[in-house]
Write a protein that binds this ligand. Structure first.
Ligand SMILES: NC(=O)c1ccc[n+]([C@@H]2O[C@H](COP(=O)([O-])OP(=O)(O)OC[C@H]3O[C@@H](n4cnc5c(N)ncnc54)[C@H](O)[C@@H]3O)[C@@H](O)[C@H]2O)c1
Length: 331
């Protein structure tokens, strides 16, 4: 496992989308390890940008409210950075299908903006991209390794794949050290709780805390690879500090499959009085159901020695506790 001790101290770290769930977790960790952190976030209303996510470190970071599609701002903020976590995105696969142009605009044009700005103004910066399991779409066999076919079932999945290709291209063509991480099902503190278009675990936590039943489609046996946000942030930093991962793409998940029903019952166990209700699959939702997904994280573990450390039971308990304390900032 890469020894991180002191290696971020004094380094300049930019997190695009850093007011969101994953970006703010990376920002907290990088700050704790001594980095000088800048956040670029547009705080678009549909996504999880929330300044409360940064309140603990607010006085010690630089926050720039701006859009990755705005080349002038992007040129300015990437200049002089050592590490760039390229996370800002249109995050909802549901919305990507109803508004594909917006997905192109942010997840393709915006991403190229960041990369092209890096080529010009931060050519040695280590760049990490948050891709998604949705590049695989319909799953053919589990666990899923990086050679699984791309059976994308959403515009979002297609554009995440395009995003990976852009990152790889800037590595091949210009030597920009980029790495893409295909994230499975993240959950944890600081995710938006306004809608359930992404982040179903957190959305179910909200439903339970609001006293609503948790509705499971079908038998609820489909497996997901749920990964706690602090494990994700840890993996991003480990990869960033492992130079030989440049030019590569890795699955990033817990490596464990848990059924939807297990996730739901774990929430119910943490929020007393929660009812779990099973109903038939609605037809429109069945189309985008990918089948079981369990990430094979062997490639990442071999390259970096990284291990996830938070179980689904612990992670859900911590998440419920966080929202009990800070509900007014998310509801
Ligand atoms: N949440 C998931 O289920 C999931 C799964 C796989 C991959 N990812 C990826 O991880 C990354 C982080 O997602 P998250 O879960 O933290 O979501 P989030 O909604 O909490 O964070 C996304 C952040 O990006 C910002 N943003 C959106 N468009 C922007 C733009 N044009 N310019 C600047 N900022 C913009 C938002 O304001 C928000 O703060 C995204 O790239 C997402 O696609 C998320």
């Amino acid at each position: 496992m890469v020894n991180r001790s002191g290696r971020l101290s004094g380094k300049r770290v930019l997190v695009t989308g850093g007011a969101g769930m994953l970006g703010s977790a990376i920002a907290h960790l990088a700050h704790r390890e001594g980095a000088t952190v800048t956040i670029l976030d547009a705080l678009l209303p549909l996504y999880g940008g929330n300044l409360f996510n940064l309140s603990n470190i607010w006085d010690e970071i630089t926050f720039v409210q701006g859009d990755i599609r705005d080349r002038v701002i992007v040129d300015r903020v990437v200049t002089g950075q050592d590490f760039i976590f390229n996370l800002a995105a249109q995050v909802s696969y549901v919305d990507s299908n109803s508004d594909p142009q917006l997905d192109i605009d942010i997840n393709c044009r915006g991403i190229v903006n960041v990369l092209d700005a890096c080529r010009q103004f931060a050519p040695r910066a280590r760049v990490l991209f948050s891709s998604s399991r949705f590049v695989y779409g319909r799953i053919e066999s589990n666990p899923v390794n990086e050679n699984h076919p791309f059976n994308c079932l959403s515009i979002y999945g297609i554009h995440k794949l395009v995003g990976e290709k852009y990152h790889r291209f800037f590595f091949e063509a210009y030597g920009l050290p980029t790495t893409s991480l295909r994230i499975s099902n993240p959950y944890g503190p600081r995710q938006q709780m306004k809608h359930g278009k992404y982040g179903i675990t957190n959305w179910f936590i909200r439903q339970a805390m609001d006293g609503n039943p948790l509705t499971v489609f079908g038998e609820g046996v489909q497996k997901r690879d749920y990964i706690y946000v602090d494990d994700l942030a840890d993996a991003f930093l480990v990869v960033a500090l492992t130079p030989q991962t440049a030019g590569e793409t890795y699955n990033l998940g817990s490596g464990q499959g848990s059924s939807f029903l297990e996730m739901t019952h774990t929430i119910a166990a943490n929020v007393k009085g929660t009812e779990v209700r099973q109903v038939e699959w609605p037809k429109d939702r069945y189309f985008v159901e990918t089948g079981d997904y369990v990430a094979d994280i062997g490639k990442l573990q071999t390259a970096t020695g990284w291990q996830p450390s938070v179980s689904l039971q612990d992670g859900i308990a911590r998440t419920v506790e966080y929202y009990r304390l800070h509900q007014e900032h998310y509801w």
